[in-house]
Design a protein around this ligand. Structure first.
Ligand SMILES: [Zn+2]
Length: 162
C-alpha cells in the first residue's frame, strides 16, 4: 500500500521535471511554482497537495499517466522505481508495474547532466535506503536481468527501435 508520503514524494519529483497534474476530470492542470524550500516542501506545493487530496479536485492524475491520485493512495497501488530512470512510479500491489513510467513522454529524460529531482529528506533512513538501492542495482546488473525490470512500454519501444 502506498503511504500518503510516498504519493506526495512521487508528485514532488515529477513536478520538478515539469509534469503537471490533470484535475477536475481533465478540465484543469495544476503545478506548483516551486516544490522545495530549504529542506522542506514549499508552501505552494503543500497547498497543491492539500487541494489534490480534497474532494474539490475530483479525479486527478499526473500528466501522461492513468492512475488517479486517489487510486495511488488506495491499497491497490504502491510506489516503486522506474527501471529506466529510477524515478518513483506506481506499481500494482500485486507486483504488476504500471503500464508506463511518466518519463515515457519526456524525450530529454533521463539526463545524467541534470541534478536528480529530490524529496526533502535529510535523515539516516534516506542514506540507508540509497545504499540498499545501489547494492540492489549492482546485484541485478551483475545478474544481467536489468532489462526485465524495465516497464513494459519501454521494453516494447526498445524492441521496436532495433
Ligand atoms: Zn522512468
Amino acid at each position: 500500500m502506498s503511504s500518503p508520503s510516498s504519493v506526495k514524494q512521487y508528485l514532488a519529483c515529477w513536478f520538478q521535471l515539469g509534469k503537471r497534474v490533470v484535475a477536475n476530470n481533465g478540465q484543469k492542470t495544476i503545478a506548483p511554482g516551486t516544490v522545495l524550500r530549504g529542506n522542506g516542501y514549499s508552501q505552494d506545493f503543500e497547498e497543491c497537495w492539500q487541494y489534490l487530496q480534497s474532494s474539490e479536485s475530483g479525479d486527478c492524475y499526473l500528466e501522461g499517466t492513468h492512475e488517479t491520485i486517489a487510486d495511488l493512495m488506495s491499497d491497490r497501488w504502491e510506489i516503486t522505481e522506474c527501471g529506466r530512470c529510477d524515478m518513483p512510479i506506481p506499481m500494482r500491489s500485486k507486483g504488476i508495474p504500471a503500464e508506463c513510467c511518466p518519463c515515457h513522454d519526456l524525450p530529454s529524460w533521463p539526463n545524467n547532466s541534470l541534478p536528480l529531482p529530490r524529496v526533502p529528506v535529510n535523515t539516516q533512513s534516506y542514506l540507508r535506503d540509497l545504499n540498499d538501492r545501489l547494492l540492489e542495482k549492482a546485484r541485478s546488473q551483475r545478474n544481467g536481468d536489468r532489462q526485465e525490470e524495465l516497464p513494459l512500454c519501454w521494453r516494447e519501444s526498445l524492441t521496436r527501435s532495433r
